[in-house]
Design a protein around this ligand. Sequence first.
Ligand code: SF4
Length: 184
Amino acid sequence: MEENISISNLNDFIFCPRSIYFQNLYKKYDKHLYHNKVQTSGKNAHKSIDSKNYSSKKSILQGIDVYSEELGLIGKIDLFDQESKTLIERKNKIKRIYDGYYLQLYAQYYCLIEMGFEVNNLKFYSISDNKSYPVKIPEINEKNYLKHIIHKMRTFDLTNKDFKQNRNKCEKCIYRELCDYYDE
Ligand code: SF4
């Protein structure tokens, strides 16, 4: 049986496939040791999800576990408003919506659908500047793209010598001191 893919790893994989290796290797250590400022503030933005104190409104589901057998995905959603049937992913500050953000939201959407929820709206919410970014419900192309990335994650080989790093990304990568592909 194939191992399930964690929804939270999708964005990291898009950033750099090798970063997943370091993330899994070091996740048992205190995250403050290697999280940069941006990621730490992002984590803090999500603390209210983990402690489930964002809203007392009964229609809001927060931080619930979700699963898709079809796609082999597990993870958590951020917020789902059952009244408006809106799935919301909050980020600390959204300057640009990256492919990885979309994939995470699509993955959460397909999990909820498979679990029997009706989801009619998707959106990102940027906390620090109070901006919302509606997202179209994914269709077959988006689902196929998600499946393609999941397949790439399952088959990625860390020892593949054909891997080419993106130097701009390496400069921003929190694992760069650990990675053979980073040279200053
Ligand atoms: S340093 Fe570069 S190649 Fe290594 S994990 Fe980070 S982004 Fe990827």
